[in-house]
Design a protein around this ligand. Structure first.
Ligand code: ANZ
Length: 838
């Protein structure tokens, strides 16, 4: 028997166009299949393998079904790790990045992906970032970019600004340093101008997982409430934002953010300065603030309650009030808000219940946030919360002390980074203090190559002359912006660039955008559910606003988020993590290879370098072949769930592919038999049923189910080769199955299709009309099974009754007796209740 020499087979097909391309330009149907592009960190990992294999199955499936498929790949190539690595290895970030790209590209090529490498882009390449700078200027000219002074999360170790999501428990996500609050002037994309649209259009995204839509919805965070202006004792107004105006009669204090305008009055107050210092110690995120111990600073100010004559509320500064939400001021209602309750307890403030808690009457041991009727609330008494809200807003508006207000949690997107390895921001500062975009004809504003990354602070700022320039239109001296863009900007429009990656006169060729966009299927990790997807949606909407030829409001029609690849974790006796190839298994025990000491096995977790529970895809491909790796990673679990990596699993995948290869030879060597039409027809029907099932499971992204069917169909072939079936029928049918295999194991499939001399390789098998899904149905007489018959799925009782009367073994019972009634369970049972002796 021929050996399945996967190395030779994969090598043979690796550079073959038939295997690589999914382009079908003559087709009238297009399909844009995109996987999230990788950060070139060094080598590909199993997460990439899974992501790109899933994408490849979809791209090939669509291609084989006659679509013209766009399936590109690129590199998210700017970012901090390149700078850090370069400090360590004394290698320029560009060199480090490009070397990684070369390695990862060649590794991806080993996987046999149908990627159009002619469209490859790299975000650190000036031919890419030139257009990003152009887009930045377009957004600026549309009022969608602005410069603002804000408090930022400052990482004192990395000396850069962090986004809220990069602050984890008050610490920098990479440096683990305690994050400080710092006021800085920053560039922002005004994403909040689209808050409502970004929220509303989620409803149109029927091809997105509900989970992701919900995460986006919560992130945008729409709150309906009202603003109220309280009159202060100094006759000035103090504006608060509340979502619970119904609880106004329970208000017992006012709390302000430490950065509120009123804090100016206390600038020189030592106690206030100390209080502010204390506040800055806790993290800056909302969760950190709401769970931190409540801190307050009592002022000598008070406000008048707008609805209770003579009632005065003290004004505090409090650490749990954020400056950048609402108006940075709240009225505190300890009876119905947990934070306010904690605060009131600590500072001995009045607690008034204004919503009745039917379960725990008058229990003031905690805030009550449930439903109920208003009490202690004058004209609101007796109303349900929602009715009370409507009524009080009406009163507030009538008194002209406030109005209904919709508030979003979403904040503008701060994109300034004090970093070298990013896209330069194409803005210049003139002597008169104005800030203007550079002339577009000067783009790209290139990064200087000579840079000192070891000095503290901003490398472009420190560069001896890069920032000195002149304004092209006036010849005036100017200073360049020395911050670079957040790398999330790079990935917010790359899907547009792929449509015309070499186009030079603008970021994209509109005609190509009209043809390819939106992305039909986007595939990536759930970790990008919020920011990357939100920013990409914003960019698409922003571009459509100033480019009327672009009529797309959403970039990704369908989104698929794949699960993680997991592996057991191993630790030596000192608690240090070990790589899987540092251990060996003897019987059921696990030892460290080097010194034969015992190894502790931990739970399976998603593969990560920090836990050393990774396996190297290239080594796996070398040992078992790319097809086996693809097969295993698709077979183990549904693609949205986590998959447990196992070497045994990939080994048996390889063995199965060998068996499939052998089967082809068995078929080719089979001597032709006398044709038996009936056997042939039955076999055709059975195979068609498999074709149908596999086709359906691919359509539904249940690739593990497809693979289970491949195992079944293999068994059927294996059995059938030994029967009277003719070789031509076997061949005709195995061609169908091999075509279905192309998306999964392309090298093996193309090799076998060549062996069986298939002439129409790149065409999906017809889903034959002859397919009749059959099921087995039990024929019972008084509950006892007397026969099992094959019927067409979903046949009616009447049809089955006819069959039974014509040919079933149960016929004799029914003929002799009187049928009183029948019990019919579709596709399973027809039970005749009979009375003997007609
Ligand atoms: C009075 C009140 C009474 C409130 C009550 C809640 C419960 P969401 O729903 O998340 O939008 N708030 C307003 N601005 C704030 C800020 N800058 N920092 C911290 N908290 C702030 O939350 C709105 C509620 O959060 C508002 O409603 C306000 O407290 C508080 F029984 O007003 B509420």
């Amino acid at each position: 028997m021929e050996r399945y020499s996967f190395k030779n087979i994969e090598k043979k097909w690796r550079n073959n166009n038939a295997l690589l391309s999914v382009v079908n330009p003559k087709s009238d149907k297009k399909y844009y299949c995109l996987e999230m592009f990788p950060y070139p960190s060094g080598k590909i990992h199993m997460g990439h393998v899974r992501n790109y294999t899933i994408g490849d199955v979809i791209a090939r499936y669509k291609f084989l079904n006659g679509y013209n498929v766009l399936h590109p790949m690129g590199w998210d190539a700017f970012g901090l790790p390149a700078e850090n690595a370069s400090k360590l290895n004394k290698l320029h970030p560009r060199k480090w990045t490009n070397e990684n790209i070369d390695t990862m590209r060649s590794q991806l090529k080993l996987l046999g992906l149908s990627i159009d490498w002619g469209r490859e882009i790299s975000t650190c390449d000036k031919s890419y970032y030139k257009h990003q700078q152009e887009l930045f200027i377009d957004f600026y000219n549309q009022g969608l970019v602005s410069r603002k002074e804000t408090y930022v999360n400052w990482d004192p170790k990395e000396k850069t600004v962090l986004a809220n999501e990069q602050v984890i428990n008050g610490r920098g996500w990479r440096s683990n340093a305690i994050v400080e609050r710092k006021k800085l002037s920053q560039w922002f994309f005004n994403i909040t101008k689209f808050s409502n649209e970004l929220l509303k259009d989620l409803e149109t995204l029927n091809g997105w997982p509900e989970k992701v839509k919900l995460m986006q919805k919560n992130w945008i965070g729409k709150s309906i409430g009202c603003e109220i202006d309280f009159l202060m004792n100094n006759k000035k107004k103090l504006r608060v934002f509340t979502t619970r105006p119904d609880t106004i009669f329970g208000a017992t204090f006012i709390a302000l953010s430490a950065d509120h305008e009123l804090s100016k009055e206390f600038e020189n107050d030592k106690n206030f300065i100390n209080f502010k210092k204390e506040c800055n110690k806790s993290g800056t995120t909302e969760e950190a603030l709401s769970s931190a111990e409540k801190l307050g600073f009592k002022t000598n100010f008070f406000v008048h309650h707008p609805f209770i004559n003579g009632k005065k509320l003290p004004v505090y500064f409090a650490n749990f009030v954020l400056m950048d939400y609402g108006s940075g001021a709240i009225f505190g209602c300890p009876g119905h808000d947990h934070r306010d309750f904690e605060f009131a307890k600590k500072y001995n403030l009045e607690i008034i219940r204004v919503v009745s808690d039917e379960t725990k009457k008058d229990d003031l041991n905690e805030a009550y946030t449930g439903n109920g009727k208003m009490i202690n609330s004058s004209f609101l008494d007796g109303l349900e919360i929602e009715k009370a809200k409507a009524k009080i807003i009406q009163e507030i508006e009538k008194k002209s002390i406030g109005q209904k207000k919709i508030q979003y949690r979403l904040k503008d997107w701060g994109v300034s980074r004090q970093r070298y390895w990013g896209c330069p921001i194409p803005m210049i500062y003139l002597d008169d203090g104005s800030v203007v975009p550079v002339d577009k004809s000067e783009l790209p504003i290139e990064l200087p190559e000579d840079v000192d990354l070891n000095a503290n602070g901003n490398p472009l700022e420190n560069h001896p002359n890069w920032k000195n320039t002149i304004q092209k239109s006036t010849g005036k001296k100017a200073i360049r912006e020395t911050d670079t863009l957040d790398t999330f900007v790079d990935s917010s429009w790359y899907f547009l660039r792929f449509c015309s990656p070499k186009y030079d006169s603008s970021p994209f060729d509109e005609e190509k955008i009209k043809y390819w966009m939106p992305v039909d299927q986007y595939i990536g990790g759930i970790e990008h559910a919020i920011l990357h997807l939100l920013y990409s949606r914003f960019f698409t909407k922003g571009i459509a606003r100033f480019n009327k030829d672009i009529d797309i409001s959403e970039p990704f029609q369908n989104l698929f988020t794949q699960g993680m690849v997991c592996h057991e974790t191993y630790k030596d006796k000192n608690g240090n993590f070990l790589y899987p190839d540092e251990i060996e298994k003897i019987d059921k025990n696990i030892f460290k290879k080097s010194d034969k000491s015992k190894v502790l096995v931990g739970p399976s977790e998603s593969m990560s370098k920090s836990k050393k529970n990774t396996v190297d895809p290239e080594a796996m491909i070398d040992q078992y072949g790319a097809d086996a790796v693809r097969w295993f990673i698709l077979s183990d679990s549904p693609p949205e769930k986590d998959v447990q990596w196992s070497d045994t699993g990939v080994n048996s995948a390889n063995k199965f592919l060998q068996k499939f290869y052998n089967l082809i030879h068995l078929i080719l060597n089979k001597k032709n038999q006398k044709i038996n039409k009936e056997i042939d027809n039955k076999f055709n029907l059975e195979i068609n049923s498999f074709v149908n099932k596999i086709d359906n499971s691919i359509k539904e992204f249940r690739f593990n189910v497809s693979i289970a069917h491949f195992y079944e169909v293999y068994n059927l072939f294996k059995k059938s080769v030994q029967t009277d079936l003719s070789q031509s029928i076997l061949k005709k049918n195995v061609i169908k199955i091999l075509k279905l295999l192309i998306p999964f194991t392309p090298h093996l499939a193309y090799e076998c299709l060549e062996l069986v001399e298939c002439k129409t390789i790149n065409k999906w098998p017809e889903i034959g009309n002859e397919i009749e899904e059959q099921v087995k149905l039990a024929v019972q007489i008084n509950g006892k099974t007397r026969d099992i018959i094959n019927i067409k799925t979903n046949s009616s009782e009447k049809e089955i009754n006819e069959i039974i009367h014509n040919s079933s073994k149960a016929k004799k019972y029914i003929d002799k007796s009187k049928v009183i009634k029948t019990i019919f369970v579709k596709n399973r049972i027809l039970n005749y209740i009979i009375k003997n002796n007609k």
